[in-house]
Design a protein around this ligand. Structure first.
Ligand code: ADP
Ligand code: MG
Length: 209
């Protein structure tokens, strides 16, 4: 199987920025229902800053991921900036020094990102956050690779699992973040961060096509 290089990582970031721009309104509308109506604008601003901060051609995957992390941490307020920033920073550290990533490296990169989100935000699956999409995606990615799938296919499985995890947030009461102040009033609404995470895995899957 061909390995993943800097151009794939760059394509992943560019595709994520595009998807966030396309879904900016939807993300903000979801956040309007159970938060403060800024998730779409937060991430759109952050990903524009990330694109502007991308290092020149020749940079390693870890350097690209670190530039995105720093842009998100400095440009996105609220809960999601530091959480996604930490995710990209841990992902960067996980693949430090590598020019080419094997499928297992990619799985470990996303597992490290999830670990960072959970260490920082203390959310578990079922708390109605981005973790509800991220955790099943990482599980599906690992399981597909173990079952012998190609990386592109495994990332598509991860994307599907993230979407299903996001769908599963709809009936939940939130136990973390702003939506947790609403109690039962959060029921019936998708968690916005779970959608932005599903888009992250969509971008990863599409970057390998
Ligand atoms: P804020 O809530 O500060 O306005 P955003 O609107 O940008 O920040 O992001 C909200 C999203 O952040 C939520 O939909 C949820 O998925 C995620 N989130 C909030 N708190 C946590 C947490 N402790 N752990 C994981 N994700 C969280
Ligand atoms: Mg918000």
């Amino acid at each position: 199987m061909p390995s993943v290089g800097s151009h794939h990582v760059r394509r992943f970031i560019e595709r994520y920025a595009e998807l966030i721009a396309e879904h900016e309104r939807e993300l903000t509308e979801l956040d309007a229902a159970i938060g403060d109506a800024d998730h779409g604008s937060n991430l759109a601003r952050g990903m524009q800053a990330a694109l502007a901060a991308l290092p020149p051609e020749g940079a390693l995957p870890a350097e690209i991921l670190k530039a995105v992390a720093m842009a998100l941490i400095s440009k996105v307020g609220g809960a999601s900036g530091p959480l996604y920033g930490t995710a990209f920073l841990r992902a960067s550290t996980q693949v430090a020094g590598k020019a080419e990533l094997r499928p297992e490296d990619v799985a470990e990169l996303f597992a490290a990102a999830l670990k960072g989100i959970q260490e920082r935000g203390k959310a578990e699956v079922g708390d109605k956050t981005m973790v509800d999409a991220f955790a099943p995606a990482v599980e599906a990615l690992k399981a597909s690779l173990v079952a012998g799938a190609e990386l592109a296919e495994a990332l598509s499985e991860a994307w599907k699992a993230a979407q299903a995890g996001s769908d599963a947030t709809i009936p939940l009461i939130a136990r973390k973040g702003r939506a947790s102040y609403l109690g039962e009033r959060a029921q019936g609404h998708r968690d916005p961060g779970s959608l932005s995470t599903a888009l992250l895995f969509q971008a990863a899957a599409e970057a390998l096509r």
